[in-house]
Design a protein around this ligand. Sequence first.
Ligand code: GTP
Ligand code: MG
Length: 151
Amino acid sequence: MQKSFVMLKPDAVLRRLTGKILTRFEERGLQILAAKMMIIPRAQAEEHYAEHQEKPFFGDLVEYITSGPVLAMVIEGDECISLIRKMVGATNPQEADLGTIRGDFAIQTGRNIVHASDSPASAEREIALFFQDDEICKYQLPDQELVYEEP
Ligand code: GTP
Ligand code: MG
């Protein structure tokens, strides 16, 4: 099973969309292993988005992501990193397909409401940046044989 780091950004929280978005992940059959509401310290935000340090939008991105509470999560499921990226949709919501989270709830790149890891290496790095090992719950869902052919 794969783990992804998923974060509902401040606009999602302030627009009261957390329940709707979490429902999509749960209904897909994915498992939420950890979740916490937090205001990200600036240094942690800069580290999270370090790959974009040289981009012209970096300052705005850090301002945005630290501007209010986020819901940081670890989500588990078979091949869930690419699955969740598909559910999230294109970075620019104008290009995101309808039915994706960004395609249904967002309009601009700088307010695109959700983050999801883009690779196994990113997931590992991001989970470690936001969660201690003992904050990640290990538990069995009762319906795994209904979601997976081979649980
Ligand atoms: P994340 O899941 O948040 O990492 O988004 P992504 O992987 O779809 O896109 P990427 O990593 O390339 O960019 C990270 C974030 O920076 C985006 O989600 C946007 O919030 C923001 N961003 C990217 N490009 C732009 C831009 O051109 N302008 C602005 N204002 N923000 C941008
Ligand atoms: Mg990214």
